[in-house]
Design a protein around this ligand. Structure first.
Ligand code: MN
Length: 203
């Protein structure tokens, strides 16, 4: 089978299109520098593993696994994040379709979901993410905090939507005011994509 490297995905919108909620400079830096760094680091680790195997070198498996988990998860989470964002003019203020029903059923109302998701994002310790995931066993959408990119990730939970709350995601625009960034996020959620993800999981 042909081995493929990880690739930095193109965004579905221009860097300036999320303004005034995320500035062009902030988004460009986040995508071209931060996300790109996780892609190249994950690829470099795979190259090291290949090289070690080809040359019969043991390598530091523990360190390589840990770094791989961090960087690959960083790449995948950012990819999901960009896709669950949309320019404010292109999206709706509230969830749509099946996803809207699932939110009402789990949280009682969109407002309650928004409040809990925001709180999960604001209180994530250090660098991390708020995530809404779908649990197949309980058939419930559940909130998670992900520290760094990979700590607390539960296998088999499918991501419906994520919000990056690393400082690199908002510091240029919001300084240390993470809560203000989280509030802005609600203007640029791609609800159609989030709904599409839920439908794909349930199909
Ligand atoms: Mn990030």
């Amino acid at each position: 089978m042909e081995k493929k490297p990880y690739v930095l995905p193109q965004l579905a919108f221009a860097y300036k299109d999320l303004e005034p909620f995320i500035s062009e400079t902030q988004l460009q830096l986040h995508h071209q520098k931060h996300h790109a760094a996780y892609v190249s680091a994950a690829n470099a680790i795979l190259e090291t593993l290949d090289k070690n195997r080809n040359e019969g070198i043991d390598g530091d498996i523990k360190a390589l696994c840990k770094a791989f988990s961090f960087n690959a998860a960083g790449h995948l989470l950012h990819s999901l994040f960009w896709e669950n964002l949309a320019p404010a003019a292109m999206t709706t203020p509230k969830p749509q379709g099946l996803f809207a029903k699932a939110i009402d059923s789990e949280f009682g109302s969109f407002e309650r979901f928004k409040k809990e998701f925001s709180q999960a994002a604001i209180t994530t310790e250090g660098s991390g993410w708020a995530a809404l995931v779908y649990c197949r066993q309980t058939q419930r959408p559940l909130l998670m905090q992900v520290e760094k990119h990979n700590t607390h990730v539960i296998p088999m939970f499918r991501v419906l939507m994520v919000l990056d709350v690393w400082e690199h995601a908002y510091y240029l625009d919001y300084k240390n005011d993470r809560a203000k960034f989280v509030e802005s996020f609600w203007n640029i959620v791609n609800w159609a994509e989030v709904n599409h993800r839920l439908e794909a999981i349930l199909k």
